[in-house]
Ligand binder design. Structure first.
Ligand code: 1CP
Length: 361
Protein backbone atom coordinates (compact mmCIF):
# COMPACT_ATOMS: atom_id res chain seq x y z
CA UNK A 1 0.00 0.00 0.00
CA UNK A 2 1.25 3.53 -0.80
CA UNK A 3 2.11 5.91 2.07
CA UNK A 4 0.73 9.11 0.49
CA UNK A 5 -1.94 9.51 3.13
CA UNK A 6 -4.94 11.85 2.95
CA UNK A 7 -4.41 15.30 4.51
CA UNK A 8 -5.19 15.47 8.25
CA UNK A 9 -8.27 17.63 8.89
CA UNK A 10 -8.45 17.58 12.71
CA UNK A 11 -5.09 17.92 14.46
CA UNK A 12 -6.58 19.00 17.82
CA UNK A 13 -5.29 15.86 19.55
CA UNK A 14 -1.74 16.34 18.23
CA UNK A 15 -1.68 20.02 19.20
CA UNK A 16 -2.93 19.29 22.72
CA UNK A 17 -0.28 16.57 23.06
CA UNK A 18 2.36 19.21 22.32
CA UNK A 19 0.79 21.69 24.74
CA UNK A 20 -0.36 24.04 21.98
CA UNK A 21 -3.57 26.00 22.02
CA UNK A 22 -6.75 24.35 20.66
CA UNK A 23 -10.37 25.42 20.00
CA UNK A 24 -11.70 22.56 22.10
CA UNK A 25 -10.24 19.86 24.32
CA UNK A 26 -9.69 16.69 22.24
CA UNK A 27 -11.19 13.44 23.47
CA UNK A 28 -10.88 9.72 22.83
CA UNK A 29 -11.54 6.65 25.01
CA UNK A 30 -9.29 3.74 25.87
CA UNK A 31 -10.98 0.61 24.43
CA UNK A 32 -13.18 2.78 22.23
CA UNK A 33 -13.10 -0.15 19.79
CA UNK A 34 -14.64 -2.75 22.02
CA UNK A 35 -17.45 -4.99 23.07
CA UNK A 36 -19.77 -2.18 24.28
CA UNK A 37 -20.52 -1.60 20.56
CA UNK A 38 -23.02 -4.06 19.04
CA UNK A 39 -21.29 -3.72 15.65
CA UNK A 40 -17.99 -4.75 17.31
CA UNK A 41 -19.59 -7.84 18.84
CA UNK A 42 -21.08 -8.70 15.46
CA UNK A 43 -17.76 -8.32 13.62
CA UNK A 44 -15.93 -10.41 16.24
CA UNK A 45 -18.61 -13.13 16.58
CA UNK A 46 -17.31 -16.66 16.07
CA UNK A 47 -13.78 -15.48 15.25
CA UNK A 48 -10.61 -16.10 17.17
CA UNK A 49 -9.31 -12.91 18.81
CA UNK A 50 -5.73 -13.13 17.55
CA UNK A 51 -6.90 -14.19 14.06
CA UNK A 52 -8.80 -10.91 14.07
CA UNK A 53 -5.64 -9.09 15.15
CA UNK A 54 -3.79 -10.69 12.20
CA UNK A 55 -6.32 -9.45 9.65
CA UNK A 56 -5.52 -5.88 8.56
CA UNK A 57 -9.03 -5.50 7.09
CA UNK A 58 -10.70 -6.58 10.35
CA UNK A 59 -8.45 -4.30 12.46
CA UNK A 60 -9.22 -1.40 10.15
CA UNK A 61 -12.97 -1.98 10.38
CA UNK A 62 -12.92 -2.29 14.20
CA UNK A 63 -10.80 0.86 14.51
CA UNK A 64 -13.23 2.85 12.37
CA UNK A 65 -16.44 1.66 14.05
CA UNK A 66 -16.39 4.05 17.03
CA UNK A 67 -15.54 6.98 14.71
CA UNK A 68 -18.75 6.40 12.75
CA UNK A 69 -20.76 6.91 15.93
CA UNK A 70 -18.90 9.60 17.86
CA UNK A 71 -16.82 12.69 16.96
CA UNK A 72 -13.68 11.37 18.69
CA UNK A 73 -10.54 13.42 18.06
CA UNK A 74 -8.28 10.37 17.68
CA UNK A 75 -8.44 6.71 16.72
CA UNK A 76 -6.38 3.89 18.24
CA UNK A 77 -5.47 0.94 16.06
CA UNK A 78 -7.27 -2.25 17.02
CA UNK A 79 -4.70 -4.81 18.17
CA UNK A 80 -3.45 -6.12 21.51
CA UNK A 81 -0.38 -5.72 23.68
CA UNK A 82 0.17 -9.49 23.74
CA UNK A 83 1.21 -9.70 20.08
CA UNK A 84 4.77 -9.01 21.30
CA UNK A 85 5.12 -12.16 23.45
CA UNK A 86 3.73 -14.04 20.44
CA UNK A 87 6.37 -12.48 18.19
CA UNK A 88 8.99 -13.66 20.70
CA UNK A 89 7.79 -17.22 20.27
CA UNK A 90 5.22 -17.67 23.05
CA UNK A 91 1.80 -19.17 22.53
CA UNK A 92 -1.02 -16.85 23.67
CA UNK A 93 -4.70 -17.67 23.34
CA UNK A 94 -7.76 -15.56 24.09
CA UNK A 95 -10.09 -17.76 26.11
CA UNK A 96 -13.73 -16.64 26.21
CA UNK A 97 -14.75 -15.54 29.70
CA UNK A 98 -11.17 -15.83 30.96
CA UNK A 99 -9.07 -13.45 28.89
CA UNK A 100 -5.56 -13.99 27.53
CA UNK A 101 -3.95 -17.30 28.47
CA UNK A 102 -0.38 -18.57 28.01
CA UNK A 103 -0.48 -22.39 28.00
CA UNK A 104 3.26 -22.50 28.68
CA UNK A 105 4.32 -19.41 30.67
CA UNK A 106 7.90 -18.63 31.75
CA UNK A 107 8.57 -20.35 35.09
CA UNK A 108 12.28 -20.08 35.78
CA UNK A 109 15.13 -17.97 34.31
CA UNK A 110 16.21 -20.94 32.11
CA UNK A 111 12.94 -20.47 30.24
CA UNK A 112 14.27 -17.23 28.76
CA UNK A 113 16.17 -19.45 26.34
CA UNK A 114 12.83 -20.38 24.81
CA UNK A 115 12.38 -16.80 23.64
CA UNK A 116 13.44 -15.56 20.24
CA UNK A 117 16.60 -13.56 21.00
CA UNK A 118 16.50 -11.49 17.85
CA UNK A 119 12.96 -10.87 16.64
CA UNK A 120 12.40 -10.01 12.98
CA UNK A 121 9.75 -7.40 13.76
CA UNK A 122 8.74 -6.84 10.13
CA UNK A 123 8.18 -10.55 9.63
CA UNK A 124 6.47 -11.31 12.96
CA UNK A 125 4.44 -8.11 13.37
CA UNK A 126 4.14 -6.91 9.78
CA UNK A 127 0.40 -7.60 9.98
CA UNK A 128 0.06 -4.76 12.52
CA UNK A 129 1.99 -2.42 10.23
CA UNK A 130 -0.29 -3.38 7.33
CA UNK A 131 -3.35 -2.71 9.52
CA UNK A 132 -2.00 0.74 10.41
CA UNK A 133 -1.26 1.70 6.79
CA UNK A 134 -4.66 0.50 5.60
CA UNK A 135 -6.48 2.28 8.45
CA UNK A 136 -4.55 5.50 7.89
CA UNK A 137 -5.91 5.52 4.32
CA UNK A 138 -9.46 4.57 5.29
CA UNK A 139 -9.67 7.21 8.06
CA UNK A 140 -9.37 9.73 5.23
CA UNK A 141 -7.55 12.25 7.41
CA UNK A 142 -10.51 12.71 9.76
CA UNK A 143 -8.41 12.27 12.93
CA UNK A 144 -4.91 11.07 13.82
CA UNK A 145 -4.23 7.35 14.29
CA UNK A 146 -2.56 6.23 17.53
CA UNK A 147 -0.27 3.19 17.59
CA UNK A 148 0.51 1.43 20.88
CA UNK A 149 2.47 -1.17 22.77
CA UNK A 150 2.50 -2.80 26.17
CA UNK A 151 5.40 -1.68 28.38
CA UNK A 152 8.11 -4.19 29.34
CA UNK A 153 6.97 -4.85 32.93
CA UNK A 154 3.32 -5.31 31.93
CA UNK A 155 4.28 -7.76 29.17
CA UNK A 156 6.72 -9.58 31.47
CA UNK A 157 4.00 -9.97 34.08
CA UNK A 158 1.70 -11.73 31.58
CA UNK A 159 4.52 -13.91 30.22
CA UNK A 160 5.30 -15.26 33.70
CA UNK A 161 1.83 -15.23 35.23
CA UNK A 162 0.32 -16.88 32.16
CA UNK A 163 -2.72 -14.58 32.12
CA UNK A 164 -4.62 -12.07 34.20
CA UNK A 165 -4.21 -12.23 37.97
CA UNK A 166 -5.22 -10.40 41.11
CA UNK A 167 -1.77 -10.43 42.74
CA UNK A 168 0.66 -11.19 39.91
CA UNK A 169 2.68 -12.92 42.59
CA UNK A 170 4.38 -15.33 40.16
CA UNK A 171 5.69 -12.39 38.14
CA UNK A 172 6.66 -10.40 41.24
CA UNK A 173 8.46 -13.45 42.58
CA UNK A 174 10.90 -13.04 39.70
CA UNK A 175 11.64 -9.43 40.67
CA UNK A 176 12.60 -10.46 44.21
CA UNK A 177 14.17 -13.84 43.51
CA UNK A 178 15.64 -13.39 40.01
CA UNK A 179 16.39 -9.67 39.59
CA UNK A 180 19.10 -10.25 36.99
CA UNK A 181 16.98 -12.52 34.83
CA UNK A 182 14.14 -10.00 35.23
CA UNK A 183 16.33 -7.24 33.87
CA UNK A 184 17.44 -9.49 31.04
CA UNK A 185 13.82 -10.13 30.06
CA UNK A 186 12.86 -6.45 30.43
CA UNK A 187 15.81 -5.50 28.21
CA UNK A 188 14.80 -8.05 25.54
CA UNK A 189 11.26 -6.68 25.57
CA UNK A 190 12.48 -3.07 25.41
CA UNK A 191 14.53 -3.80 22.28
CA UNK A 192 11.57 -5.40 20.51
CA UNK A 193 9.22 -2.62 21.62
CA UNK A 194 11.46 0.13 20.21
CA UNK A 195 11.60 -1.60 16.81
CA UNK A 196 7.87 -2.25 16.95
CA UNK A 197 7.00 1.39 17.66
CA UNK A 198 9.34 2.62 14.92
CA UNK A 199 7.68 0.18 12.52
CA UNK A 200 4.27 1.53 13.51
CA UNK A 201 5.37 5.09 12.76
CA UNK A 202 6.87 4.05 9.42
CA UNK A 203 3.52 2.40 8.66
CA UNK A 204 1.60 5.59 9.43
CA UNK A 205 0.96 5.90 13.18
CA UNK A 206 0.76 9.61 14.16
CA UNK A 207 1.12 9.19 17.94
CA UNK A 208 2.19 6.34 20.22
CA UNK A 209 0.88 5.18 23.58
CA UNK A 210 2.80 2.89 25.92
CA UNK A 211 0.54 0.93 28.30
CA UNK A 212 2.13 0.11 31.67
CA UNK A 213 -1.17 -1.29 32.89
CA UNK A 214 0.40 -3.23 35.76
CA UNK A 215 2.47 -0.41 37.24
CA UNK A 216 0.14 -0.39 40.25
CA UNK A 217 1.15 -3.83 41.48
CA UNK A 218 4.70 -2.54 41.93
CA UNK A 219 5.71 -0.41 44.88
CA UNK A 220 7.70 2.81 44.39
CA UNK A 221 11.05 1.03 44.81
CA UNK A 222 10.23 -1.73 42.33
CA UNK A 223 8.75 0.80 39.92
CA UNK A 224 12.03 2.76 39.98
CA UNK A 225 14.02 -0.34 39.25
CA UNK A 226 11.88 -2.47 36.94
CA UNK A 227 9.53 -0.11 35.10
CA UNK A 228 10.71 3.49 34.86
CA UNK A 229 14.18 2.92 33.33
CA UNK A 230 12.65 0.90 30.50
CA UNK A 231 9.82 3.36 29.90
CA UNK A 232 12.46 6.08 29.62
CA UNK A 233 14.65 4.05 27.30
CA UNK A 234 11.76 3.35 24.98
CA UNK A 235 10.88 7.04 24.57
CA UNK A 236 14.52 8.11 24.32
CA UNK A 237 15.42 5.52 21.65
CA UNK A 238 12.25 5.99 19.62
CA UNK A 239 12.66 9.80 19.67
CA UNK A 240 16.32 9.59 18.71
CA UNK A 241 15.58 7.41 15.67
CA UNK A 242 12.58 9.50 14.64
CA UNK A 243 14.61 12.69 14.88
CA UNK A 244 17.10 11.25 12.42
CA UNK A 245 14.15 10.60 10.10
CA UNK A 246 12.89 14.17 10.59
CA UNK A 247 9.72 13.01 12.35
CA UNK A 248 8.12 14.39 15.49
CA UNK A 249 5.60 11.94 16.92
CA UNK A 250 3.98 12.62 20.32
CA UNK A 251 4.32 9.80 22.85
CA UNK A 252 1.96 9.02 25.72
CA UNK A 253 2.86 6.96 28.78
CA UNK A 254 -0.01 5.42 30.77
CA UNK A 255 1.28 3.82 33.97
CA UNK A 256 -1.91 2.80 35.72
CA UNK A 257 -2.01 3.40 39.50
CA UNK A 258 1.59 4.66 39.60
CA UNK A 259 0.90 7.69 41.82
CA UNK A 260 4.38 7.65 43.25
CA UNK A 261 5.85 7.79 39.75
CA UNK A 262 4.08 10.90 38.52
CA UNK A 263 6.98 13.34 38.94
CA UNK A 264 9.41 10.93 37.29
CA UNK A 265 7.01 10.08 34.48
CA UNK A 266 6.68 13.77 33.64
CA UNK A 267 10.45 13.85 33.05
CA UNK A 268 10.79 10.72 30.97
CA UNK A 269 10.80 12.09 27.40
CA UNK A 270 7.05 11.55 26.89
CA UNK A 271 4.94 14.54 25.78
CA UNK A 272 1.85 13.18 27.52
CA UNK A 273 1.26 11.37 30.82
CA UNK A 274 -1.96 9.36 31.02
CA UNK A 275 -3.71 9.18 34.40
CA UNK A 276 -6.06 6.72 36.04
CA UNK A 277 -9.11 8.03 37.90
CA UNK A 278 -7.63 7.81 41.39
CA UNK A 279 -5.53 10.95 40.85
CA UNK A 280 -7.02 14.39 41.42
CA UNK A 281 -6.58 16.55 38.27
CA UNK A 282 -5.30 19.62 40.15
CA UNK A 283 -2.73 17.68 42.12
CA UNK A 284 -1.59 15.90 38.93
CA UNK A 285 -1.03 19.32 37.34
CA UNK A 286 0.93 20.53 40.36
CA UNK A 287 3.07 17.44 40.54
CA UNK A 288 3.90 17.42 36.83
CA UNK A 289 4.60 21.16 36.90
CA UNK A 290 3.51 21.99 33.36
CA UNK A 291 6.29 19.81 31.92
CA UNK A 292 3.87 17.54 30.06
CA UNK A 293 0.35 17.38 28.71
CA UNK A 294 -2.03 15.22 30.70
CA UNK A 295 -4.55 12.64 29.49
CA UNK A 296 -7.44 11.06 31.36
CA UNK A 297 -9.02 10.38 33.77
CA UNK A 298 -12.76 9.92 34.25
CA UNK A 299 -13.69 6.78 36.14
CA UNK A 300 -15.16 4.52 33.42
CA UNK A 301 -17.90 3.61 35.90
CA UNK A 302 -19.19 7.18 35.63
CA UNK A 303 -20.76 5.87 32.41
CA UNK A 304 -23.29 4.15 34.65
CA UNK A 305 -24.51 7.60 35.80
CA UNK A 306 -27.44 9.42 34.15
CA UNK A 307 -26.38 11.53 31.14
CA UNK A 308 -26.77 14.88 32.96
CA UNK A 309 -24.44 13.66 35.71
CA UNK A 310 -21.85 12.72 33.08
CA UNK A 311 -21.93 16.31 31.82
CA UNK A 312 -21.34 17.65 35.37
CA UNK A 313 -18.52 15.19 36.01
CA UNK A 314 -16.85 16.20 32.74
CA UNK A 315 -17.18 19.91 33.61
CA UNK A 316 -15.45 19.41 36.97
CA UNK A 317 -12.73 17.34 35.30
CA UNK A 318 -12.11 20.09 32.72
CA UNK A 319 -11.96 22.73 35.44
CA UNK A 320 -9.44 20.61 37.32
CA UNK A 321 -7.11 19.99 34.38
CA UNK A 322 -7.66 23.28 32.55
CA UNK A 323 -8.11 23.32 28.79
CA UNK A 324 -4.48 23.69 27.68
CA UNK A 325 -2.21 20.66 27.31
CA UNK A 326 -5.07 18.34 28.10
CA UNK A 327 -6.58 15.32 26.32
CA UNK A 328 -9.84 14.07 27.79
CA UNK A 329 -10.11 10.30 28.22
CA UNK A 330 -11.10 7.70 30.78
CA UNK A 331 -8.88 6.53 33.62
CA UNK A 332 -8.89 3.04 32.06
CA UNK A 333 -10.73 1.20 29.28
CA UNK A 334 -14.49 1.01 28.73
CA UNK A 335 -16.27 -2.11 30.01
CA UNK A 336 -18.37 -4.31 27.71
CA UNK A 337 -21.66 -3.58 29.52
CA UNK A 338 -21.50 0.18 29.02
CA UNK A 339 -24.11 2.10 27.05
CA UNK A 340 -22.80 3.63 23.80
CA UNK A 341 -25.11 6.61 24.46
CA UNK A 342 -23.12 7.46 27.59
CA UNK A 343 -19.97 7.55 25.48
CA UNK A 344 -21.72 9.97 23.13
CA UNK A 345 -22.73 12.14 26.09
CA UNK A 346 -19.13 12.14 27.34
CA UNK A 347 -17.66 13.24 24.00
CA UNK A 348 -20.29 15.94 23.56
CA UNK A 349 -19.78 17.26 27.11
CA UNK A 350 -16.01 17.51 26.61
CA UNK A 351 -16.41 19.42 23.35
CA UNK A 352 -19.18 21.75 24.57
CA UNK A 353 -17.81 22.67 27.99
CA UNK A 354 -14.26 23.10 26.74
CA UNK A 355 -15.31 25.33 23.82
CA UNK A 356 -17.09 27.61 26.28
CA UNK A 357 -14.19 27.65 28.73
CA UNK A 358 -11.71 28.48 25.97
CA UNK A 359 -13.92 31.29 24.61
CA UNK A 360 -14.26 32.84 28.07
CA UNK A 361 -10.50 32.89 28.62
O1 1CP B 1 -12.76 -9.86 21.67
C1 1CP B 1 -12.68 -8.99 22.52
O2 1CP B 1 -13.39 -8.00 22.43
C2 1CP B 1 -11.80 -9.17 23.70
C3 1CP B 1 -11.54 -7.93 24.47
C4 1CP B 1 -10.28 -7.22 24.00
C5 1CP B 1 -10.17 -6.09 23.18
C6 1CP B 1 -11.29 -5.29 22.58
C7 1CP B 1 -8.98 -7.63 24.31
C8 1CP B 1 -8.60 -8.80 25.11
N1 1CP B 1 -8.08 -6.77 23.68
C9 1CP B 1 -8.78 -5.81 22.98
C10 1CP B 1 -8.21 -4.75 22.15
C11 1CP B 1 -7.19 -3.88 22.75
N2 1CP B 1 -6.32 -4.23 23.75
C12 1CP B 1 -6.89 -2.55 22.35
C13 1CP B 1 -7.50 -1.92 21.12
C14 1CP B 1 -8.05 -0.72 20.86
C15 1CP B 1 -8.88 0.12 21.80
O3 1CP B 1 -8.45 0.46 22.90
O4 1CP B 1 -9.95 0.53 21.35
C16 1CP B 1 -5.87 -2.09 23.21
C17 1CP B 1 -5.25 -0.70 23.23
C18 1CP B 1 -5.52 -3.16 24.06
C19 1CP B 1 -4.45 -3.10 25.04
C20 1CP B 1 -4.39 -4.09 26.13
N3 1CP B 1 -4.60 -5.44 26.07
C21 1CP B 1 -3.98 -3.78 27.43
C22 1CP B 1 -3.55 -2.41 27.88
C23 1CP B 1 -4.72 -1.56 28.21
C24 1CP B 1 -5.46 -1.97 29.47
O5 1CP B 1 -6.59 -2.37 29.33
O6 1CP B 1 -4.85 -1.86 30.54
C25 1CP B 1 -4.01 -4.97 28.18
C26 1CP B 1 -3.68 -5.12 29.65
C27 1CP B 1 -4.40 -6.02 27.31
C28 1CP B 1 -4.51 -7.45 27.64
C29 1CP B 1 -5.89 -7.92 27.40
N4 1CP B 1 -6.39 -8.15 26.16
C30 1CP B 1 -7.71 -8.49 26.25
C31 1CP B 1 -8.06 -8.49 27.63
C32 1CP B 1 -9.42 -8.85 28.18
C33 1CP B 1 -6.92 -8.10 28.34
C34 1CP B 1 -6.81 -7.88 29.84
C35 1CP B 1 -6.71 -9.20 30.55
C36 1CP B 1 -6.43 -9.11 32.02
O7 1CP B 1 -5.27 -8.93 32.42
O8 1CP B 1 -7.38 -9.27 32.81
Amino acid sequence: LPKDFPQLQNDTFLRAARGEETEHVPVWCMRQAGRYLPEFRESRAGKDFFDTCRSPEACCELTLQPLRRFPFDAAIIFSDILVIPQAMGMDVQMVAGKGPTFPDPLKEPEDLQRLQAKVDVDKELGYVFKAITLTRHKIEGKVPLIGFTGAPWTLMSYMIEGGGSRTFSKAKRWLYRHPEASHMLLRMLTDVIVEYLLGQVAAGAQALQVFESHAGILGPVEFQEFSLPYLRDIARCVKEKLKDAGKDIPMIVFAKDAHYGLEDLSQSHYEVVGLDWTIDPRSARERTGGKVSLQGNMDPCAFYAPKERISDIVKKMLEGFGTRGYIANLGHGLYPDMDPESVGAFVEAVHQHSKQMIKQK
